[in-house]
Design a protein around this ligand. Structure first.
Ligand code: GFB
Length: 320
């Protein structure tokens, strides 16, 4: 890669930390980061001052307020306010300060609840959204449209990547706020070490989810920085594995990785969310990128991350 200065916004989150790890592994010497204490991305003047001082030539916008189905359902105002503010400020700062390429990260929940499966990029704005994450999805759709509008009006090179559900090192294991995979890893681990006979799984277990290791997303981001231009893609491009499983099957895979042999019980007071959202990943494949990390390999390594960060061997996980 040409030695660009790359600002990774959100480098402490799941996606941003994976991008940072990969750039560091590649020996990239000019990576720019700023902690939340150093830079509040919701404050426009601070974002402009930062860009003026650091002058990145490329930006990966991985900073966002994110969470699982319950966090989205309970805090829609936080999700729409924070994400609109962060992306507006960063995208406009990219334009004002001459950033050559921006990679904006969205989410597969931007597509209609009952989109055709696998979901092609053309399904955007063709139907009503899933209510549990509508606020977050509206913000991300606004981000796609903002990038597209700057490209159209100003000839910029801003790319919107839409990753499927992510997991991996640096995930959030908070029982109420997290996504399904880290939640089940933690709960299965705690059930095993405390000898519980049942594992609680939210909802009916029938929704299907496509899970991608975050190191694959990082590789797609670097691929986009190095090889893609906005003119190669439409307004957004899907990043996923193209493979999904039921929540029940995901729970069984987690139980196997954790070595827990109890019985699954379903808590149907919790929402199911979208029945299915597997991405059509053919467009990015045609451009030369593929996901590589199989779930059977990724889940055990995610469990090792959980153990290293939150649990002493053979004791219950510490409160997070
Ligand atoms: O991963 P998750 O929270 O988010 O939930 P979404 C996926 C499915 O797993 C739902 C079930 O059907 C949940 O009911 N599930 C089972 C659980 N047990 C659990 C558990 O213990 N915790 C959680 N969290 N789920 C999010 C969106 O949707 O996906 C965001 O809310 C974002 O906006 C993100 O797009 C990628 O896949 O339903």
């Amino acid at each position: 890669m040409m030695e660009e200065s790359i600002y990774v916004a959100g480098h402490r989150g799941l996606a941003g930390s994976a991008v940072l790890r990969l750039l560091q592994r590649m020996g990239h010497a000019r990576v720019i980061t700023a902690s939340r204490q150093q830079l509040d991305l919701t404050v426009q003047s601070d974002v402009n001052t930062f860009f003026e001082a650091r002058r990145p030539s490329q930006v990966v916008l991985a900073a966002a307020t994110v969470g699982g189905i319950l966090a989205n359902a309970e805090r829609p105002a936080d999700f729409i306010r924070d994400n609109l503010a962060i992306q507006n400020n960063v995208i406009d700062a990219c334009f004002r300060h001459g950033v050559r390429k921006l990679v904006f990260l969205g989410s597969s929940c931007i597509y209609p609840k009952f989109a055709p499966q696998p979901i092609p990029e053309s399904a955007l704005l063709t139907g009503a959204l899933e209510p549990t994450n509508e606020a977050y999805a509206i913000a991300k759709i606004a981000g796609i449209k903002t990038c597209a509008a700057y490209n159209r009006q100003h000839g910029t090179n801003y790319l919107s990547l839409m990753p499927t559900n992510l997991y991996g090192p640096g995930d959030n294991y908070d029982p109420r706020g997290s996504h399904v995979l880290p939640a089940l890893i933690r709960r299965a681990h705690e059930a095993r070490v405390s000898g519980q006979s049942e594992l609680v799984v939210w909802g009916s277990g029938t929704p299907r989810r496509e899970l991608m290791h975050v190191d694959d997303l990082a590789s797609a981001c670097v691929f986009a920085l190095e090889r893609l231009n906005a003119s190669d893609i439409g307004e957004c491009i899907n990043v996923g594995t193209g493979i999904d499983l039921t929540i029940c099957e995901i729970a069984e895979t987690v139980m196997q990785a954790v070595g827990y042999r109890g019985r699954i019980v379903f808590d149907t007071s919790k929402p199911d969310g979208t029945p299915r959202k597997v991405l059509d990943v053919s467009a990015l494949r045609r451009l030369g990128w593929n996901a590589r990390i199989a779930l059977q390999d990724g889940i055990p390594s995610a469990y090792q991350d959980f153990l290293a960060r939150y649990a002493k061997p053979d004791t219950t996980a510490r409160p997070i």
